[in-house]
Ligand binder design. Structure first.
Ligand SMILES: NC(=O)NCCC(=O)O
Length: 391
């Protein structure tokens, strides 16, 4: 399995294929070509100085007669943990805040309206250890913890919606932990939070030692720049999870993740992209980068020898559109900022052509209702039309 030495699938194709073949391969693998965004040179200079990658692409939509284009810019951030995992907790969090602050500065230069960070971005992905201290000390209040306050400042300063996935400590309800994403409006107000709905128990990913499946359903947040939802990491393997955010009105679904090559790299380019196609929405897949080494060895009941490393987090963050096109990925081995320009009108335009969300979705909805699966979401239950599927 390639580690940091293999930069990206795109670089490999570009290096080895003649131009005409490359264009055909990209057409088939990536769909309709995304235009390269003309980002300011000072943004590239700042990214180079800060040692992170900056890429920008725009998706095209048709011009409509009765609606103006609804053009928004998304920022996806992938990064390493800058300090070793045995550094004191506050030092690690502070270093991550500084790193993200620098990347968000560049996102602001690029006109980003909504930015999303990787899963549990304030900490190493320590859940593999199944140890409690010091890792649970990274948990914070979603409403007024130091990271939320930090993100509120960023949001106000840059007029940007911030999606901040953290380890949450719910002090109001028995001090329990959750894997949560906090959504902060561009005014700096906390719009709300959403919790990871599916918790992995797969090899070293055995997070249920810390927190269980979220209890907040599938909330969608109306922001100034469109309706957004957050499907945290492992939730991307569950098509019905994406569907529920989409039924509840999401136009863009973020998928902040932490996942390693040996487990999921061949699934990565497919799942979020397929969700964009199936649900006529944009999806934004974000993964962390590099290796994380823990002070004590751990095993996970999967026959592997005790080890201290989690495996290689392969980055490769990308955005997929409802028409099935997608951006190239960020690299597998560097911190990066991916800026994408979307016209949200594309969601309805593709819906009108393919219509996956009309009759077929009604049928799925009826089945789910009969299984009592939808009662947790509340929304749309009564207003959604039903059809007879199994007569
Ligand atoms: N963070 C997380 O849920 N990882 C599980 C592995 C995966 O979904 O690829």
């Amino acid at each position: 399995m390639a580690g940091a030495g293999f930069e990206s699938l795109e670089r490999c194709l570009e290096k080895h294929l003649p131009l005409a073949d490359l264009q055909e391969v990209k057409r088939i693998l990536y769909g309709k070509e995304t235009r390269k965004l003309d980002l300011p040179s000072r943004a590239f200079e700042a990214a180079s100085k800060g040692d992170f990658e900056l890429q920008g692409y725009a998706f095209q939509a048709l011009t409509e007669q009765q609606r103006r284009p609804r053009t928004v810019r998304m920022g996806l951030v992938q990064n390493r943990t800058p300090l070793p995992a045995d550094t004191p907790v506050v030092k690690q969090v502070t270093a991550l805040h500084r790193r993200i602050e620098a990347i968000v500065e560049v996102a602001a230069m690029c006109g980003v309206n909504i930015i999303c960070f990787q899963e549990a971005w304030t900490m190493p992905f320590a859940f593999c250890t199944r140890e409690k201290l010091p890792w649970t000390e990274f948990a914070e209040s979603a409403e007024d913890g130091p990271t939320t306050k930090f993100c509120q400042e960023l949001a106000r300063k840059h007029d940007m919606v911030v999606v901040s996935p953290i380890l949450e400590r719910d002090t109001e309800h028995g001090d329990i932990l959750w894997n949560t994403a906090v959504v902060i409006s561009n005014s700096g107000a906390v719009l709300g939070k959403t919790r990871k709905n599916h918790i992995p128990r797969v090899g070293d990913f055995n997070e249920s030692t810390y927190y269980m499946e979220g209890n907040l359903g599938h909330p969608v947040f109306q922001t100034q720049f469109g309706r957004i939802a957050v499907n945290i990491c492992y939730g991307r393997h569950h098509p019905l999870n994406w569907l529920m955010y989409s039924i509840n009105g999401a136009e863009v679904i973020f998928n902040p993740s932490a996942t390693i090559g040996v487990l999921s790299e061949s699934l990565w380019p497919i799942e979020a992209r397929n969700a964009a196609i199936a649900n006529h929405c944009f999806t934004c897949a974000i993964n962390r980068v590099g290796e994380e080494l823990f002070p004590n060895e751990f095993t996970s009941g999967d026959g592997k020898k005790a080890h201290r490393d989690f495996g290689y987090f392969y980055g490769s963050s990308y955005v997929a559109a409802p028409d099935g096109s997608r951006t190239p990925g960020l690299s597998r081995n560097r911190d990066g900022l991916l800026v994408t320009e979307l016209d949200l009108n594309l969601c309805r335009q593709v819906n009108d052509i393919w219509g996956f969300k009309d009759r077929s979705q009604e049928m799925e909805f009826t089945v789910l209702k009969s299984m009592n699966v939808l009662s947790r979401t509340g929304k749309n239950l009564t207003s959604y039309p039903t059809c007879k599927l199994m007569s």
